[in-house]
Design a protein around this ligand. Structure first.
Ligand SMILES: C[S@@+](CC[C@H](N)C(=O)[O-])C[C@H]1O[C@@H](n2cnc3c(N)ncnc32)[C@H](O)[C@@H]1O
Length: 280
C-alpha cells in the first residue's frame, strides 16, 4: 500500500487549520510523510489490526498507520484545534478512524477497541513516560496491547533498553524488559520536528511477551526496584533498609551480595530478590 495518500501535505494542513505548535501540549510535529510512514512501519504488520494512537496532532503518523493497512485507528487527542484536520483523514478512510478528544491519561481505550491492539504514539515526553509505566504494569498479563511503538527523548529511550552496569539502567529498564522485548527502532534528529525540540529523539518498539522472563510478584518487583534505584549510589543493604531488618538475608537468598549497588543487579537478580522478599 502507498505510504503517501491523496490528502494535502502536512504543512498545508497546519496552515489551513491554524495549528501553531503549543509548548504546553508538547507539540513538536512530524510533517514529513515519508518519515511518519517509516515510523508506522516500525509498529509491525498492521494489516487487519486495531491501533491505538495517542496524540495524533495534525495526523502525519495517523495517515501512515492507515496507509499501512490498519483495520481501525482510535486516535486520542487533547487539542481540539486538531480535530478538523483529523476529520479530513477520517473522510478519506471511512469507518476506519475514530477520533476521541480528551486526555489520554483519563480515557480507557478498551471502551472503543477490542484487544489485541498495537499502540503507536509521538507524545510529549512526560505523558509518554507516565503512559509507558501504566502500560507496563497492568493488573494482569498479557496486557490488552501486543506492541508499543513510542517516540521518546533519546535519553529516555536509552533508559528503556539499558543493560546492567550502565548509568541508564534503572526502574524503567527492569519494568520494560521483564515482560517485553524492547529495542530502539529508529533515531530522529531535532530537525525532523516542527518546531525542533532541544534534544534528539528515538522510537522504541516493545513487544509484549506471553509471560514474564522470570517469576515475580509485579507489585513487589516494582517496589523493590524503585527503592533500590532511589538511592542508586548506596549499597543495597542500605538502599533497601526499608524492606526490614532481614534485608541482608533476603539479598543473599536471591544470590545478591548486600554490598552491591542496584546498577549491578540483573533483571533475573531483581526477580529473585522480589521472590525472596515476598517469601514468608
Ligand atoms: C509531539 S506532538 C505529536 C503530534 C503528531 N503525532 C506528530 O507526530 O506530528 C504530541 C501530540 O500529543 C497531544 N497531546 C499532548 N498531551 C496529550 C494528552 N494528555 N492526551 C492526548 N494527547 C495529548 C498534543 O496536542 C500533540 O498533538
Amino acid at each position: 500500500m502507498s505510504a503517501i495518500d491523496d490528502l494535502p501535505p502536512l504543512r498545508q494542513v497546519i496552515a489551513d487549520h491554524g495549528l501553531s505548535a503549543r509548548k504546553s501540549l508538547g507539540q513538536n510535529f512530524l510533517l514529513d510523510l515519508n518519515l511518519t510512514a517509516k515510523i508506522a512501519r516500525q509498529a509491525g504488520d498492521l494489516s487487519g489490526t486495531d491501533v491505538l494512537e495517542i496524540g495524533p496532532g495534525p495526523g502525519g503518523l495517523t495517515r501512515g498507520l492507515l496507509a499501512e493497512g490498519a483495520r481501525r485507528v482510535l486516535a486520542i487527542e487533547k487539542d481540539a484545534r486538531c480535530l478538523p484536520a483529523l476529520a479530513e483523514i477520517s473522510a478519506r478512510y471511512p469507518g476506519q478512524l475514530q477520533i476521541v478528544e480528551g486526555d489520554a491519561l483519563e480515557i480507557d481505550p478498551l471502551v472503543h477497541l477490542t484487544p489485541p491492539i498495537r499502540v503507536a504514539a509521538n507524545l510529549p515526553y512526560n505523558v509518554g513516560t507516565e503512559l509507558l509505566v501504566r502500560w507496563l504494569t497492568p493488573p494482569t498479563w498479557p496486557p490488552y496491547w501486543q506492541s508499543l511503538t513510542l517516540m521518546f527523548q533519546r535519553e529516555v529511550a536509552e533508559r528503556i533498553v539499558a543493560q546492567p552496569g550502565s548509568k541508564a539502567y534503572g526502574r524503567l529498564a527492569v519494568l520494560a524488559q521483564w515482560r517485553c522485548e524492547a529495542r530502539i527502532a529508529m533515531s530522529l534528529p531535532p530537525e525532523a520536528f516542527t518546531p525542533p525540540p532541544k534534544v534528539s529523539s528515538a522510537v522504541v518498539h516493545l513487544t509484549a511477551l506471553p509471560a514474564p522472563k522470570f517469576e515475580a510478584e509485579p507489585e513487589v518487583l516494582s517496589r523493590v526496584v524503585a527503592m533500590a534505584f532511589n538511592q542508586r549510589r548506596k549499597m543495597l543493604r542500605a538502599a533497601l533498609k526499608g524492606l526490614g531488618p532481614d534485608v541482608e538475608d533476603r539479598l543473599r537468598t536471591a544470590g545478591i551480595k548486600p554490598t552491591e549497588r542496584a546498577e549491578q543487579v540483573s533483571l533475573e537478580g531483581f526477580c529473585a530478590l522480589a521472590r525472596a522478599v515476598a517469601a514468608p
